[in-house]
Design a protein around this ligand. Structure first.
Ligand SMILES: *Cc1c(COP(=O)(O)O)cnc(C)c1O
Length: 358
């Protein structure tokens, strides 16, 4: 607390990211990073961009990157906005498109950054509970027509559960008066993208990140795709905040990443295969595992509590994510799909924990 703070600062509850500890030999399965290094083409492009040109400001319009993203998705560059990680993209989206008198609809269990942005921008939130199976029920949103927008992660975080495309289509059609943001941070690991609905949906905004499926969490690049009118609004906010959110290295690396389709497909396939192994390994040890379409699984043990298991794993140098709140998910662990070797190390550590009953 400081008397020098602006009024708004006193009321903020900042997001708390998963920890990044420096522990020797740590098996780090807590923040959904990719266990494999980025594509060679990305590293080469960054090395090349790191020369004399760093003297100069980067392209404020991020043209080459937006063209590469547009080409990858078969859309126009005018439908693409890029930012310093999808977290920054989301922040601008909340400010540009979701700040209305009517409340914003958010699932009660989802990416915990959403309510943080709402608070920062003074947006009222109407929290919509997931059903008993921790699924989003589209009808619960359609039953609240007085809203200033809807934000869903698909697949959802931290559950990993995906919503089928026909449900998203129904939501977009039934909620035509406000923007529906679909955060597809994990879509590349097995869900259907709402981008297919873009031509008929002027109210759809799809958010993506290069942090997970392109192994570039450290580069900080995210983007969103929607009608040019939506992109123009978000760009107005960005240009009132920071002209150069992406530096030359990020632009070069991200552009190369979007062009390397072979690396992308091979890496996603490896992670999906490891997820099936991890899922089976957890079930064999008495875990109830939600069906995941992401690069993590959300699982709870029949006999051992989530907090104790997470702490016991940490003692064995295996880091997973545990959420104390809300109560409904306090017994679950969110476990990032690592390499098969990392997943085996997790399962071995779990055997040890469960043998000693934590
Ligand atoms: C990881 C994640 C993000 C943030 O991604 P960055 O691009 O690294 O900022 C956004 N939304 C969800 C649901 C995520 O899990």
């Amino acid at each position: 607390m400081s008397g020098f703070w602006s009024e708004v600062v006193h009321g903020l509850t900042p997001y708390v990211p998963g920890e990044q500890p420096k522990i020797e030999g740590l098996v780090k399965l807590n923040t959904n990073e990719c266990p494999y290094p980025p594509s060679r083409a990305v590293l080469d492009a960054i090395a090349e961009a790191g020369g004399d040109a760093l003297r100069l400001y980067p392209d404020p319009e991020c043209r080459a990157l937006r063209d590469a993203i547009a080409a990858h998705h078969g859309v126009d560059a005018a439908q693409v906005f890029v930012g310093n990680g999808s977290d920054e993209v989301l922040a601008h989206v909340f400010m540009a498109l979701l700040r209305h008198p009517a409340p914003l609809l958010l699932p009660d269990i989802s990416y915990s950054f959403y309510p943080v942005y709402a608070r920062l921008y003074g947006i009222n939130v109407d929290s919509v509970p997931l059903d008993a199976d921790l699924r989003v029920r589209v009808d619960d949103y359609l039953a609240r027509p007085r809203n200033g927008g809807i934000v869903l992660a698909n697949p959802n975080a931290p559950t990993g559960v995906a919503l089928p495309l026909h449900d998203i289509a129904r939501l977009l059609r039934g909620n035509a008066h406000s923007v529906v943001v679909v955060d597809e941070a994990y879509v590349d690991f097995g869900a259907h993208s709402a981008l297919a609905l873009l031509p008929e949906s002027p109210n759809l905004l799809v958010v993506r990140t290069l942090s997970k499926s392109r192994a570039l969490a450290g580069l900080r690049v995210g983007y969103c795709i929607g009608a040019p009118e939506l992109i123009e609004g978000i760009t107005r906010v960005k240009d009132s905040f920071n002209s150069y959110p992406l530096d030359r290295l990020a632009l070069a690396g991200a552009t190369a990443a979007m062009r390397d389709q072979a690396w992308f497909e091979a890496t996603c396939a490896r992670i999906v295969a490891s997820r099936a192994r991890l899922d089976a390994g957890l079930r064999a040890r008495g875990f109830d595992v939600l069906p995941s379409a992401a690069n993590f699984v959300f699982a709870r043990h029949a006999a051992s509590g989530g907090a104790q298991l997470a702490a016991a794993l940490r003692q064995r140098r295996v880091l997973v994510r545990h959420f104390r709140h809300p109560e409904r998910i306090a017994d679950y662990l969110r476990i990032t799909v690592g390499t098969d070797t990392q997943c085996d190390a997790l399962l071995d550590a779990l055997d040890d924990c469960l043998r000693r009953s934590v």
